[in-house]
Design a protein. Sequence first.
Length: 475
Amino acid sequence: MSVFYDRFERHDHAEGLKARSTHYCPGCGHGLVQNYLAAAIEKLGIQDRTVAVSPVGCAVFLYYYLDVGNTQAAHGRASAVAVGHKVANPDSIVIAYQGDGDLAAIGLTEAVHAAAQGLPISVLFVNNAVYGMTGGQLAPTTLSGQKTTTSPRGRDRAMGSPLRMAEMIAQLDAPVYVERVALFDAKQRVRAARAIEKALRVQVEGRGFSFVEILSECPTHLGVTPVEAERWVKEKMLPVFPLGVKKDVAAEPWSWPTPGFDPEPLLAAIGAHAEPPPRFAAGFPRDLFGGEVGLKLAGAGGDGAQTAAMLVTRAAIHEGFDATHIPSYGPQSRGGTSFADVRLAEHEVLSPDVATPHVLVAFNAPSLARFGPDVLPGGVAIYDASVIRERPSLAPSVRVVAVPCSDIARELGEPRTKNIVALGALRAAVPLLPEESFLAAIRQALGGKNALLAVNEEAFRRGVKAVREQGAARG
């Protein structure tokens, strides 16, 4: 079976000539590279073992053309995805196929660390010195003085200098084979085909990481004919990106334990076989806000908003409901803004974002000022009255509940439990779940820390009590 499809059926169900021609521009080097890649796969007899990983860019439609396993990666992440494939299935032959705007820019970290790790994967790096698919912008490999849509006067010193990726990868210890080739004449194309085949052979032999950089033409964004583009690569790119083998070393074949896919060890490690938590809810609290409830918990870093949010989420999951928790951290672990979106649903959370919460729990004044106006009509805003002295002016239909969470926690001798006080206040103000549901989640989170368990349970009960006393006082 040919590796390169005879007919490109994925071309929007194309017929005729369109079903037999690639989507690449006339004179583009991608078609040649992919043809050489297909030939190498076929020659080595590895078609059924091969996984090609292509990210965003001109390589995005690689799966149109190669009859192998294909994975689409996020922009720049093909090298990282390739590592994942190789670790999960060591017998596979994994190829990351990436362009310069992809690998050398947004994917630079992934590419370098994959190379430094040295697993037997093959990276084909197509360098045409420009962002091809997205409009001809300046790329990390754009030449000094080269004009692009984002460097119309030419790349100058303030825009940095071109990255020589082959040299960068070659100076790392782990890679075993690194070469730069080109496509501008028949001799160079033969060398490119051989380099691609060798990169795959190195992986077949299990020796380690291989990297082939291919200088390629982009007539479209150079604004020249294909022949002129070939001349430009030869005359302009070669002085900056000299061809040749940058590294080729002997290495013992890799060996590592074949990964197991038996879930039992993992389930045991995370305690999944422990006694399931008891359930206390008779059903989802539809009478409050319907079949889905959105909560936002916010404060300064270190206030415990994230922990409280996770406990609400776990408590709902334990009761058999769907629940999501999206954390958002500030620039510091303590002192910066931190908030979490929690959504509970009777059946399925369709969107975890909570732009307009039914319930807000605010631990400081900036959080209350920022998110208070977003609380939905008929919703509830709970805040720490120990640090927020002035009662906020919110929509008339929003119920405002002030609880001195920090003061109560200090009275208990454990200031860090103010978030658990707030959790108790939440339960009393908005009975989403039974009290025992929250306490079960707290007990699970604390595990065998009995000393902390007692004070946290008391903090929760004190939060419940504070809200109930307010209700009694109003009555």
